[in-house]
Design a protein around this ligand. Structure first.
Ligand code: C2E
Ligand code: CA
Ligand code: CA
Length: 582
């Protein structure tokens, strides 16, 4: 006997054929449980939103074949029910092909009668029952096939132990379906069950294979995320879950809309044992319900603050350029021999009316992640070059001032960077030989050959390249020789060691010697006092930059500084220097 709860979907675009199949089903009193799709697209849409136990699929549809449908279902990971192909042709090779693509059975239209059809459906249903038995043996929820509470708790305990050993993070997401009880009470349990199954499969499909999705009971689900590297990615997953549940669910011919409330706890921040993590996620989930549902929330306030600050920054970045919220400060670089300002480094500043001053160390990584960095970088480039050429034109300095511009790796690696750079150069009148791009060492980590080509192409435009924060990256010395660069910038941390730590001093000396041997210029940054200055000048560092000479200052303050130093020298580097503290 075929169980009464079997849901059949018939996909067939030919009315006569459809009628023939329906007639056979009627003989077995199965015509009440059948949903009909009159095109392939309609069929796919119904499968995406519904929950069928078996699909009867006509092979030849007007704009696709049954194999196209099987492939689409497999690609979308929703080929979870048996499919019985029905074809007008009795073709052995076609039959094999359909089976290869995931069909369970192949019936020939002319031979379809009540008996054959029933046997095929029964076979499909048996298969399904067997699957269900198997999974219930292994502690899975019999309705949805997801892990049950017991399995979830066991896995969580194991994951916590692993995270303790590896000092890694993990997250628990508690998901409760908003107003589920109303649906269940008004439309009946069988519709409620269909809905739970549909929710379960959407949850499962929006997760990575290694994440555990469980049904804890009723309309409560939980997800265990192992090995989480940052809060951002958890927030993204929660948002993805909300989005995945949003399209309507087709359950017993009802189009149902649901939303979840998601509470999140993380190990070790919210607790270091199973119970406290569950408790924390549960609390956070109730907080979401209290605040209007259909959303997610982290348990810990401080974490929540961090995430929302990031989101606020990302949102504000969107409009920051058009709203003129950015400015650039310039920090002088002093030639150790002539003791004159020979260049400035452009350092971006951001003031937003809600967020106040945000440091580049905080917002640049967010701009990199969100893609805003490209526009930002282009803006800095044009602005900084145009400012620098003004100083030259005003002739406060005999030599044109060089401008050093920081370039993010994300920008550098983006497609068409060289073309964009050419385009930007055409917008400014500063000759390229007075432009330096500062790039950090980490660019060399993944594809050194590609980077060598890219840097050569930049140099071919006449622009110089400095390696910023030099000495902090990996394998610094081994790749230096093959790298097309012009300047090494000694990292501040080594400069800070001068006069304090012999190791740091040795590193500074080595970098200077190494750079000179390779024909490169050396800049020391973060110079804060006379001792450091003396040391660096003594070991023939070419250029100095740091608070000791000047903090990064606004463009017109640089103008004033250049004016005041146009006639008299400048920085008496060997004696106590003039400081300009802003
Ligand atoms: P960076 O390129 O290493 O810049 C040097 C940082 O050290 C600047 O911080 C500067 O203000 C600070 N500094 C300068 N002299 C001294 C000193 O004597 N002592 C100390 N303790 N610090 C000093 P800032 O301006 O906050 O910039 C931080 C970072 O943000 C920069 O590090 C750079 O990586 C990034 N950045 C700044 N502007 C831009 C930009 O326009 N584009 C990109 N992609 N990154 C930028
Ligand atoms: Ca820099
Ligand atoms: Ca630096």
């Amino acid at each position: 006997m075929i169980s009464e709860s079997i849901n059949i979907l018939l996909i067939d675009d030919d009315e006569l054929d459809r009628k023939a199949v329906l007639r056979q089903l009627k003989k077995s009193n199965l015509d009440e449980m059948i949903t009909v799709a009159k095109t392939g697209d309609d069929g796919l849409e119904k499968i995406r939103h519904g929950n069928f136990d078996v699909v009867l699929l006509d092979y030849r549809l007007s704009n696709m074949t049954g194999i196209n449908i099987l492939d689409t279902l497999a690609r979308e990971k929703i080929l979870t029910m048996p499919v019985i192909m029905i074809s007008g042709m009795d073709d052995e090779s076609l039959m094999l092909k359909c089976l290869e693509h995931g069909a369970q059975d192949f019936l020939v239209k002319s031979e379809v009668n009540k008996k054959i059809l029933m046997r095929a459906i029964r076979y499909a249903q048996e298969r399904k029952n067997l699957q269900q038995q198997l999974i219930s043996l292994a502690k899975y929820d019999s309705l949805t096939g997801l892990a049950n509470r017991e399995l979830f708790l066991n896995s969580l305990t194991k994951s916590i132990n692993k995270a303790k050993r590896n000092s890694s993070q993990l997250a628990v997401l508690f998901i409760d379906i908003d107003h589920f009880k109303i649906i269940n009470d008004s439309l009946g349990h069988s519709t409620g069950d269909e809905l739970l199954k549909s929710i379960a499969s959407r949850l499962q499909n929006s997760m990575r294979a290694e994440d555990m999705v469980a049904r804890l009971g009723g309309d409560e689900f939980a997800i265990l995320l192992d090995d989480i590297d940052n809060i951002d990615s958890i927030a993204k997953i929660a948002a993805k879950i909300i989005a995945s549940l949003k399209p309507y669910h087709l359950c017993n011919n009802h189009e149902l809309n649901v939303s979840p409330s998601i509470g999140i706890s993380t190990f070790p921040e919210c607790g270091i044992d199973t119970e406290s993590l569950i408790q924390a996620a549960d609390t956070a989930m109730y907080e979401v319900k209290r605040n209007g549902r259909n959303s997610f929330q982290f348990f810990s306030d401080s974490m929540q603050l961090l995430v929302s600050r990031k989101l606020n920054i990302e949102n504000a970045l969107r409009y920051a350029i058009i709203q003129n919220e950015f400015t650039i400060h310039y920090q002088p670089q002093i030639d150790a021999k002539t003791q004159r300002i020979v260049a400035t480094e452009a350092l971006i500043r951001w003031n937003n009316k809600n967020l106040g001053n945000v440091t580049p160390d905080e917002f640049i990584p967010i701009a990199e992640d969100s893609g805003h960095i490209k526009k930002l970088g282009a803006w800095v480039f044009v602005q900084a070059c145009n400012t620098s050429i003004q100083w030259t034109e005003q002739q406060f300095n005999a030599q044109p001032l060089t401008i050093s511009i920081n370039v993010s790796i994300v920008q550098l690696k983006s497609d068409g960077f060289i073309d964009e750079l050419k385009e930007l150069l055409s917008q400014v009148s500063l000759p390229p030989k007075h432009i330096v791009l500062e790039i950090t060492e980490s660019i060399m980590t993944d594809d050194p050959d590609a980077m060598v080509t890219l840097l050569s192409n930049i140099q071919a435009l006449g622009i110089s390249i400095a390696i910023d924060d030099f000495g902090t990256g990996y394998s610094s010395l081994s790749y230096l020789r093959r790298l097309p660069i012009d300047i090494l910038k000694i990292d501040q941390s080594f400069v800070a060691d001068i006069g304090i730590n012999k190791n740091g001093e040795a590193i500074v000396k080595t970098i200077i010697t190494l750079a000179h041997n390779l024909g490169l210029e050396v800049i020391a940054e973060g110079v804060e006092n006379q001792t450091q200055t003396d040391f660096l000048v003594n070991y023939e560092c070419d250029t100095l930059q740091g608070y000791y000479f000047s903090r990064p200052i606004a463009a017109d303050e640089i103008t004033e500084l250049l004016k005041s130093k146009a006639t008299s020298p400048i920085y008496n580097i060997n004696k106590r220097s003039i400081t300009n503290d802003n």
